[in-house]
Design a protein around this ligand. Structure first.
Ligand code: SAM
Length: 281
């Protein structure tokens, strides 16, 4: 099944063991060694499929040095497979240095495709799938997160983020502050697992939903946000609202709307209408 001196990049389940592919099992049974992120975790998966192979740990902290050692062995004929704790290796998981080094040494890399939380979430989201970008985890610190979100705000492609239970509320609130409360988004939680929940709604409804049902804040998340299209540009973002309100304290309604339109790219007419309402209240 595998040829001598190759490295197979093998995707494994993201929750449901039945998602392991027949090819993945076959390849893992026929290689000489398996590199895994967390060997104890992977041992359980491999035991479930009756795979008994020597494991070597390859994680973020030792990858550069271990990759070199593994490449030397592959060059003299060893077959290696790489797996991660869940899903497709290298997707926010170790393996980049190994694959890069393999290319430099003329070693063939064989992808064994399978589960990936990004694609699973996107396929079920109901948001545009023709063009999308993957952003990984947003920065943990508020200032850095806001900076990145401001860079992403004009992006017209569907945006995909990873999120953790302890940051999901903060991140959703941060995205709302920059993108506006009404942008459509999907929160895909615990994909393929017993308590899988996939909800598509406005960012605000998703935030309110998980605030109310606190159990929905637990588990693993993929957050998908619709891109900035003409339709979503018509919606006033919280940031635009803030700029407009500040300018209204110094300028006429018309000028405040004009400058806010220049800064945010939102239609002047929409801002003017909103500003008029503000100045009357
Ligand atoms: N390589 C993995 C893949 O292909 O999906 C991703 C690994 S990354 C370190 C872990 C993140 O992926 C989690 O924090 C979560 O955002 C997302 N994730 C992984 N499994 C998931 C699942 N079953 N449901 C929702 N999100 C998941």
């Amino acid at each position: 099944m595998v040829k001598a001196g190759e490295i197979s990049i093998v995707a494994t389940p993201i929750g449901h063991l039945d998602d392991m592919t027949i090819r993945a099992v076959g390849v893992l049974k026929s290689v000489d060694q398996i590199a895994a992120e967390d060997t104890r975790h992977s041992q359980r998966l491999l035991a479930h499929f009756g795979i008994e192979k020597p494991l070597v740990a390859l994680h973020d902290h030792n990858e550069q040095e271990k990759a070199l050692m593994l490449i030397e062995k592959v060059k003299v004929g060893m077959n290696l497979a790489l797996i991660s704790d869940a899903g497709t290796p290298l997707i926010s998981d170790p393996g980049y240095h190994l694959v890069r080094l393999a290319h430099q040494h003329g070693i063939r890399i064989v992808p064994i495709p399978g589960p990936c939380s990004i694609i699973a979430a996107l396929s079920a989201s109901g948001l545009p799938t023709d063009r999308f970008i993957f952003e990984g985890f947003l920065p943990a610190k508020a200032v850095a997160r806001q900076k990145r979100l401001m860079e992403l705000e004009p992006e017209s492609r569907t945006l995909i983020f990873f999120e953790t239970p302890h940051r999901i509320l903060e991140s959703l609130a941060g995205i709302i502050a920059v993108f506006g409360a009404l942008r459509e988004a999907t929160l895909a939680r615990e994909l393929t697992k017993t308590f899988e929940t996939i909800r598509t709604d406005t960012l605000l409804s998703l935030l309110n939903g998980i605030k109310t049902h606190t159990v929905q804040q637990k588990g693993e998340f993929v957050l998908i946000v619709a891109g900035n299209t003409t339709a979503s540009k018509q919606i006033l973002t919280l940031e635009a609202e803030r700029i407009l309100k500040t300018l209204l304290t110094e300028l006429s309604v018309s000028d405040a709307a004009r400058f806010t339109a220049k800064i945010t790219g939102i239609r002047k007419a929409l801002l003017y209408e909103y500003a008029l309402k503000q100045s009357l209240t």
